[in-house]
Design a protein around this ligand. Sequence first.
Ligand code: HEC
Length: 510
Amino acid sequence: MTVSRALFVALSLSFAWELGYSADPPKSADPPAKISYYKDIRPIFAQHCNGCHQPAKPMGGYVMTAHADLLKAGEREKAGVVPGKPTASYVIEQVQLHDGKAEMPKGRDPLIPIQIKLITDWIAQGAADDTPASAKAAPIDASNPPKYLAPPVVTAVAFDPKGEYLAVTGYHEVLLYSAKDYKLASRLIGISERLNAVAFSPNGERLVAAGGSPGRFGEVQVWNYKKENLVISAPVTFDTIYGASWSPDGKAIAFGCADNTVRAIDPVTGKQILQMGTHADWVLGTVFSQDGLHLASVGRDMSMKLTEVPTQRFVDNVTSITPGALKGGLMAVDRRPVDHTPRQIRLFGAVVRVPREKRMQKVPPDTPGVPPKVYDELIVAGSDGVPRLYKMHREQKREIGDDANKVREYEKMPGRISAVVFSPDGAHFAAASSLDGKGEVRVYETDTGKKVVGEKVTGPAYTVAWHPDGKTIAAAGFDGKVWIHDAATGKLLKEFVALPTASAKAAAAR
Ligand code: HEC
């Protein structure tokens, strides 16, 4: 076979499976092109197998994340890959189609024939490991935990609903601290290099961490964190993912993707249950309505959009769609945790009084026959540094140029805002910003816009979380330090470096 033909076959093969199409097998009797483990096989395993076959979750006792492990046997004591012998390789037996079904990937759609053929041919060709030396570092897992030369950039922190733990993103792991003394309680090490979001489930039993490896894969991890047990590792898209949030009933986890989609998975099965694709750029933040029927998402396309959860339908642009109305991408969104329905609302232009008993739960339906909506408010912010409060649901018809859902704008913070979060009672919100290597954490009164706290911190601040007792906030960012502030006075109560090693002390002293 000529080089150009080999190249053509390899290209068309890789395009075909990246797009999920099956293609015709090569027509001639030429031997198959030389198949690369690193470029062709590893991505198939990453997308379809590693969620259940990785060091933190070795189902059937079989690990597939590193080449050396592929050759080993799992619980059934049959080697997964026997170089040169596809028929003796258990992996091939497990992915083989019988009446359109296969044993593996368990409970998922089977691999497409061209992928099965690639794996078969690769094994027949000797199953060589062509991983470049630069990518060959020992795989990171609980027995070989990540080592830090410098404190990690912290992109997300979160308190659990009982206020017992603070989760902090590290490199390849979530660092779980006790929220009493801020001592490290456990390290949740997974396959994603970078984690962009952490969030505890509403009942506090699970922790979601979302991230991936840039340009390779995105991943949603669901941890039974008290047992350090990875329950779900769901692969999503070919890039890192962002802004994970739980539905109030704990039955869905939403997140944003670099392919401009907003998606949600079932936290028990890992299966995708929602996908909405009307954003025009990366989606960076998500939050559900109080009744879980709507999902708000924000992104680099400067817009906040609303999706109806049961139908996965895009229903509205919450922010103005007038060009130039918003300046810069939106990076963060949070929903006011309790209903703050005002005494009067405007409904299609008319002022309507909301009876006291309804005020704390529902507003009248905007169309007869449609069930009443819960009144929800959202805080959004991004690269223009201005936090804004919006009503989630439109109460009057859209007119060109309107920004009718906007309730209020707040004082501009220096630089860009990467995180906004409401206090547990919704009366305040906190925001974290960064500009030219500096950062600020602020607290505002939601209904008046009054600044309660404005604290400069040692480095750019990327994330902020509110303790469920409402009294303290945790923030962190570029320099790996976690700052615990009094939410009413701004006083710095505690500062520590998110380094899981003895060198933490040395770094803190620097
Ligand atoms: C949703 C989880 C899940 C996914 C995804 C998955 N597996 Fe499995 N796999 C399992 C479980 C569970 C077992 C244990 C045996 C069983 O339950 O059938 C297993 C067992 C195996 C075994 C046998 C190990 C042994 O010795 O018992 C092989 C080989 C295997 N899987 C290969 C694959 C391959 C290849 C893929 C991707 C194409 C894949 N699996 C994807 C869950 C999964």
